[in-house]
Design a protein around this ligand. Structure first.
Ligand SMILES: Nc1ncnc2c1ncn2[C@@H]1O[C@H](COP(=O)(O)OP(=O)(O)OP(=O)(O)O)[C@@H](O)[C@H]1O
Length: 254
């Protein structure tokens, strides 16, 4: 799935969180959005996953303008973007398997949804995905009993259950220790390489972004100040992205 972000602006009261953001992500890329606190990364991700409307501009998925769609068409396109979050957003009292299966809820009829009748094929697929993320032995375990890394694995399996064209990884390892964080990013890289899922990541950790993404987009004060291959990010450009920005409230946590 190709994603195009064209002249996107987002204004909150008198803060221009995104000034005029334009870039495209092609099928199969692994891109990281980097930038200091207040640069607009979260705002961009919230607009992309449909949680926030933009003030102006447009987003196209495979050439279709997202905002022009309504109802079922919009929901169908929306389900092609899956998000994993820093705090996992799982149902803690439900098992791993139940959490993964909830990704299929939009496809179920009303009664099947209420009664949790997902069907044998969906259950088999959910178990296969739990196996893919190394969590098959925890399928019947309530999420509340899992470690942070295991929770993020369950969240990744749930995201994959939607067969996403694009996976948004919004600070996916921010609440994990560095060793566990690296394991999660290695899993994402493997999913990207094997299943060909397009990944757009937002991370405070510049080292991880450089190591795991092919391309970096540097945001500063709501504007793109760098868009290039990871190897092209020099020390000088890094300084330009991270120092003395208007919206920055703290320096980058590299
Ligand atoms: N709901 C809101 N109301 C008002 N201002 C907001 C709101 N959300 C974000 N902002 C402002 O928009 C700007 C961009 O914020 P955003 O959270 O997108 O930055 P960020 O790069 O994700 O920062 P961080 O890395 O700290 O999460 C900031 O100046 C912020 O204060």
């Amino acid at each position: 799935m190709n994603l195009q972000i064209q002249h996107v602006k987002k204004e909150f009261n008198h803060t221009m969180a995104l000034a005029d953001v334009t870039f495209a992500v092609s099928q199969g890329e692994f891109v990281s959005v980097i930038g200091p606190s207040g640069a607009g990364k979260t705002t961009l991700f919230r607009i992309l996953n449909g949680m926030l409307p933009c003030t102006s501009g447009q987003i196209l998925l495979d050439g279709i303008p997202f905002q022009s769609l309504h109802g079922r068409q919009k929901r169908r396109l929306q389900t092609s973007i899956a998000t994993i979050y820093q705090d996992f957003c799982l149902v803690e009292n439900s098992t791993c398997l139940e959490n993964v299966l909830t990704a299929s809820l939009p496809d179920l009829g009303f009664f099947s949804g209420v009664l949790g009748l997902y069907g044998k094929n969906r259950e088999a697929e959910a178990l296969q995905l739990l196996d893919r993320v190394g969590l098959l032995d925890k399928a019947e375990e309530p999420v509340k009993n899992l470690s942070g890394g295991q929770k993020q694995r369950a969240a990744i399996a749930r995201a994959l259950m939607r067969h996403p064209g694009i996976l948004l990884a919004d600070e996916p390892v921010a609440s994990l220790d560095p060793v566990t964080g690296r394991q999660i990013l290695e899993l994402l890289r493997s999913i990207h390489e094997t299943e060909g899922v397009t990944i757009l990541m937002n991370s405070h950790n510049l080292e991880f972004s450089r190591e795991f993404s092919q391309r970096l987009i540097g945001l500063r004060d709501g504007k793109i100040v760098f868009d290039g291959k990871t190897a092209e990010l020099t020390e000088e450009i890094t300084e330009q992205i991270y120092t003395n920005s208007e919206n920055t409230v703290r320096k980058n946590e590299v």
